[in-house]
Write a protein that binds this ligand. Structure first.
Ligand code: SF4
Ligand code: SF4
Length: 259
């Protein structure tokens, strides 16, 4: 098989990989065998798939659907809608597994957040959500009314195709670099698919929950980069990073479990 043939099947591999791993992650978190450090290799694979195969890249595919870009969508529309729906159902079942370890954009930011601990704006959940809904409105109006692909203008595609001849490449690269100081800026402020998945995750059957063993020490709340570790938080913005479970000092006090 020559290189061109290999490159042509990589997107399919990426898609199947994501489809299989989403439910597997739910099972792993549920079993207690998944930990933050075990997720690191998955983040690297997801980031590489973004650069090598440009897939799975659900936020961009959703943007193509919004803008009705049939030149790129073509016959793939049913497959893309099917994929977007599958990850929505996965979020309804077990939270944002896709954002946590499968989306290349999320993976690049998660890896970068390790470099600087991404401390800025941790407790600004309401504000980030407000910005994100405003951005979603812009994306919808620009896409539906003017057929303008906002994520394309931002440089998402240029970045993952390493198109350094494009100014947009550097715009998106700067956004990604911001993740060193601000946890997942693209996910929390811009991503339209993230909004869809957040709505599903708020109703998820499985999520991180405290048990009766919790001693209310507050360590999980201080470790959470998105202010979602408090008792009663909906976990709509939980990216399943595992920081809360990692710092919890009592075995069994914080479990990924069913309602
Ligand atoms: S919020 Fe969007 S960009 Fe971030 S991980 Fe989820 S799908 Fe990817
Ligand atoms: S630390 Fe916050 S974002 Fe990470 S898994 Fe726990 S609740 Fe979710």
């Amino acid at each position: 098989m020559d290189l061109t043939a290999i490159l042509s099947i990589l997107p399919i591999f990426g898609f199947v990989y994501a489809l299989l791993l989403a439910p597997t992650l739910v099972l792993l978190w549920r079993s207690g065998r998944m930990m933050r450090r075990r997720g690191l290799p998955l983040l690297v694979v997801a980031a590489l798939l973004g650069f090598v195969a440009f897939a799975p890249m659900a936020p961009y595919q959703l943007q193509l659907v919004i803008a009705g870009d049939n030149t790129i969508l073509g016959d793939l529309l049913p497959v893309i809608l099917g994929g977007l729906s599958v990850f929505f159902v996965a979020a309804l079942a077990g939270g944002r597994t896709f954002c946590g370890h499968l989306c290349p954009i999320g993976a690049v930011q998660e890896i970068l957040s390790l470099a600087g601990h991404a401390r800025v704006g941790r407790t600004r959940k309401t504000e980030t959500m407000a910005v994100r809904f405003a951005v979603l409105a812009v994306i919808l109006i620009a896409g539906v009314v003017f057929s303008v692909n906002v994520l394309g203008l931002l440089g998402l595609q240029d970045f993952f195709l390493l198109n350094v001849a494009s100014v947009s490449f550097f715009v998106f690269a700067a956004l990604m670099l911001l993740a060193v100081a601000v946890y997942r800026p693209f996910c929390r402020l811009i991503c339209p698919y993230g909004v869809v998945l957040a709505l599903a995750a708020a109703k998820a059957q499985y999520r991180f929950r405290r048990t009766d063993l919790c001693i209310a020490c507050g360590k999980c709340e201080r470790a959470c980069p998105v202010d979602e570790a408090k008792e009663g938080d909906l976990k709509a913005e939980c990216y399943m990073c595992g920081r809360c479970a990692e710092v919890c000092p009592v075995d069994g006090a914080l479990r990924y479990s069913r309602r």
